[in-house]
Ligand binder design. Structure first.
Ligand code: OOB
Length: 556
C-alpha cells in the first residue's frame, strides 16, 4: 500500500513461533519465500489479466480487476470501521464470492482472518473470538437453514473485545458488508510484510480446545505456488470449490488461492452434492476439483448415470482422510480423469501424487511432499527413526510447516520436537519411491470423513453434564465416513439417556459433526497396565459389538 507513517503498527504479533533465522534465510535463498504478499499477488494478476474471470459464484462473475477493486474498497471500509493491522477477525463464511474479497481486503489491511467453518457453533466461535481477542466477526445472514445473526448475538454478549459483527446479506441489527465499500480510501497505511502472519487456520486437533495455526504470506504463498505448479494450473484452469472454502485443502492445495495465483477461474459450489456440482462442471467446463473420500464415493455412484457432461474434468483430488484403494481404482474408469491423492494438514506439509505418476502409485499411496526441503522423519514410540519402509509416526519440518501454534507454549513443547519438527500424529510408511502411505493415527482424534473431531474436546463437554461421571470418545469404523464417533459414558446415580446427552451437547453450541454418532452407557472403562483408560480396548469392544448390532444414535 502506501506512504503515511505507520501508526501503532510496528512490531510483530506475539505468541506466534517463527522459523529460526538460519532456516528463514535458507528458504529465502532457495527461492521459496519470495517476499510477496497476497495483496500484491492479486494486484499483479489484476494488472496482467484484469478482464479474465476470477470467481464464479451463484449469479456473480467477478473479473480479476473487479475482485482487486472490491478488495481495496473493502480494506478501506474495514479500516474506516477502526480495524487495524494485526487485529484478529473471525471469518465464518460459506462458499460465496464475498469470502474471497473479505480475505484479500483483510490481507491488504494486514488484519488477520481466523478461518472458522460454517458448521461451527457458539462453543467454537466464542472460543475463537475470546482466545484471539477478535475485534470483528464476519458471517452470512443465513446458510443451510441456520441464522448466523442469532449466533453472533450470543457471541457478542460474551466477548468484550468484539466490536463489530459484519454480515454478508441482510444485516439485521449488525453492520452490512455491502455498506463498507469505501468509494475512495480515506487514509493510506503500510501493508503487511511478507514475513508477517497473514491469517490463522484451525487445527483438527486432539486437545480440549482447537489450536490456531499462524501462516505467513511467505510460507503460504510458497505452498500455493508450488501446489499450482504440481497440479499444472494455468490461465485455462477452472477449479471447482465444493468443500468448505475456509478449509486448507480447497483454499490452498492448490484450491482457490492456487487458481487465482495461476490466473485461472474458481467456481464456487454452495453444496458438494452431485446435484449441485455436476451442472456446474458441465456449464463452467471445470478442469479440477477437490473432495473428501465420502463425497468422492457419492460422486462415483452419481457419475454412472451419465446425466451430465463431465468430460472437461482432468483431475479429481481426494484427501483429508484415507481413500480406499478400491474406490481409488474406480476414479479413472468412471470419471475419465486422473485421481490425485492429497495428504495434507493445516499445519503445513502437503503430499500429492503427481499427475503423470503410474496408476499403481496413484491408487496405493498418499503422494510425496511438495518440496525437496520438506524434511520427513518416521519414528517409533521412543522417537527413534524406524527402518526404511517400516511404519511409525510422521514428523516433519520445512518451508511451509509451522514451528508452533498461536499462544500455546505448553502444547507446543509436546507437539514439536526441540529441533522444530511438527509431530503430526499420523502413522505412515515411506515406499521405496519416497511416497507416503498413511497407515493409521497415533493422535486422539476421530477423522469423520475428513472432518476432524478431537476426543478430549467432546469428552470435556460431556463431563460438564451433571449426570456424567466420566467420558471417553473413540472412533468406530464406518463403511461410508471411514470413522464415526462413539462416546462411552459412565453415569452418576441418575442415568441420562443418549438423547439427553446429545441434546445437551447441541445446547452447549457444539458443531453438529462433533456430536457423537453413538453413546454407550457403561459401568467402568477398561484400563491399561498403568491404570489409564484403554481406548484401544474400547475400540476393540466396539468393533465386536458393531459387527453384531449397529445402533447409531444419529445418521447422515
Ligand atoms: C487436511 O487438513 P486437516 O488439518 O483438516 O487435517 C490433517 C489430518 C492429517 O494429519 C491426517 O490425519 C488427515 O488429516 N489426512 C489424511 C489425508 N489427508 C489428511 N489421512 C489419510 N489420507 C489422506 N489423504 O485434511 C488437508 C489439508 C490440506 C490438503 C488436504 C487435506
Amino acid at each position: 500500500m502506501s506512504s503515511q507513517p505507520p501508526q501503532q503498527e510496528a512490531g510483530v504479533l506475539e505468541g506466534c513461533p517463527m522459523w529460526p533465522e538460519e532456516f528463514a534465510r535458507r528458504y529465502r535463498e532457495a527461492g521459496y519465500w519470495r517476499g510477496e504478499t497476497f495483496g500484491q499477488v492479486l494486484r499483479e494478476r489484476a494488472e496482467r489479466h484484469g478482464e479474465r474471470t476470477a470467481l464464479v459464484a451463484g449469479t456473480e462473475r467477478w473479473s480479476y480487476r473487479e475482485l482487486d477493486a472490491r478488495a481495496d474498497q473493502l480494506a478501506a471500509g474495514f479500516r474506516a470501521l477502526g480495524i487495524r493491522p494485526r487485529d484478529r477477525v473471525v471469518v465464518q463464511l460459506p462458499n460465496i464470492a464475498e469470502f474471497y474479497e473479505v480475505c484479500f481486503a483483510l490481507f491488504r489491511l494486514g488484519a488477520l482472518p481466523v478461518f472458522a467453518l460454517p458448521a461451527h457453533r457458539s462453543a467454537e466461535i466464542t472460543y475463537f473470538c475470546a482466545f484471539t481477542e477478535a475485534v470483528a466477526y464476519i458471517i452470512p445472514d443465513r446458510h443451510v437453514g441456520f441464522d448466523y445473526r442469532t449466533l453472533a448475538e450470543q457471541v457478542r454478549g460474551t466477548v468484550p473485545t468484539l466490536r463489530h459483527v459484519i454480515v454478508a446479506g441482510d444485516a439485521g441489527p449488525f453492520t452490512a458488508l455491502s455498506r463498507l465499500y469505501a468509494d475512495s480510501p480515506a487514509e493510506t497505511w503500510e501493508g503487511p510484510r511478507a514475513s508477517d502472519v497473514a491469517f490463522f487456520q484451525l487445527s483438527g486437533g486432539s486437545t480440549g480446545v482447537p489450536k490456531l495455526i499462524p501462516r505467513t504470506h511467505d510460507d503460504y504463498i510458497y505452498s500455493v505456488r508450488a501446489s499450482a505448479e504440481i497440479c499444472q494450473l494455468d490461465g485455462s484452469s477452472v477449479y471447482l470449490c465444493a468443500l468448505p472454502a475456509a478449509h486448507n485443502f480447497p483454499m490452498s492445495s492448490p484450491g482457490v488461492f492456487g487458481t487465482l495465483y495461476a490466473g485461472g477461474t474458481a467456481v464456487l459450489a454452495m453444496h458438494p452434492s452431485p446435484d449441485v456440482a455436476f451442472p456446474l462442471i458441465e456449464r463452467e467446463r471445470v478442469t479440477i476439483t477437490a473432495l473428501v473420500p465420502p463425497l468422492a464415493m457419492i460422486w462415483l455412484e452419481a457419475a454412472k448415470a451419465r446425466r451430465h457432461d463431465l468430460s472437461s474434468l482432468r483431475v479429481l483430488q481426494v484427501g483429508g482422510a484415507k481413500f480406499s484403494i478400491e474406490a481409488a481404482q474406480r476414479v479413472r474408469p468412471t470419471l475419465g480423469c486422473t485421481l490425485q491423492q492429497v495428504f495434507g494438514m493445516a499445519e503445513g506439509l502437503v503430499n500429492y501424487t503427481r499427475l503423470d505418476d503410474p496408476e499403481e502409485l496413484i491408487v496405493t499411496t498418499q503422494g510425496r511432499p511438495i518440496s525437496s526441503d520438506d524434511e520427513i522423519c518416521v519414528v517409533d514410540e521412543d522417537g527413534r527413526e524406524v527402518a526404511p519402509g517400516e511404519t511409525g509416526q510422521l514428523l516433519t519440518r520445512g518451508p511451509y510447516t509451522i514451528r508452533g501454534y498461536y499462544k500455546a507454549e505448553t502444547h507446543n513443547a509436546r507437539a514439536f520436537t526441540s529441533d522444530g519438527f511438527y509431530c503430526t500424529g499420523d502413522l505412515v510408511r515411506v515406499t521405496p519411491e519416497g511416497y507416503l502411505v498413511v497407515e493409521g493415527r497415533a493422535k486422539d482424534q476421530i477423522n469423520r470423513g475428513g472432518e476432524k473431531v478431537a476426543a478430549e474436546e467432546v469428552e470435556n463437554h460431556l463431563l460438564a453434564h451433571p449426570a456424567v461421571h466420566d467420558a471417553a470418545v473413540v472412533a468406530m469404523p464406518d463403511p461410508f465416513l471411514g470413522e464415526r464417533t462413539c462416546a462411552f459414558v459412565i453415569p452418576r446415580e441418575t442415568r441420562p439417556t443418549a438423547a439427553t446427552l446429545t441434546a445437551f451437547l447441541r445446547e452447549r453450541g457444539l458443531a453438529a459433526y462433533k456430536i457423537p454418532d453413538r453413546i454407550e452407557l457403561v459401568d467402568t472403562f477398561p484400563q491399561t497396565g498403568v491404570g489409564k483408560v484403554s481406548k484401544k480396548a474400547l475400540r476393540e469392544a466396539l468393533a465386536k459389538s458393531s459387527s453384531r448390532n449397529a445402533t447409531p444414535t444419529r445418521s447422515n
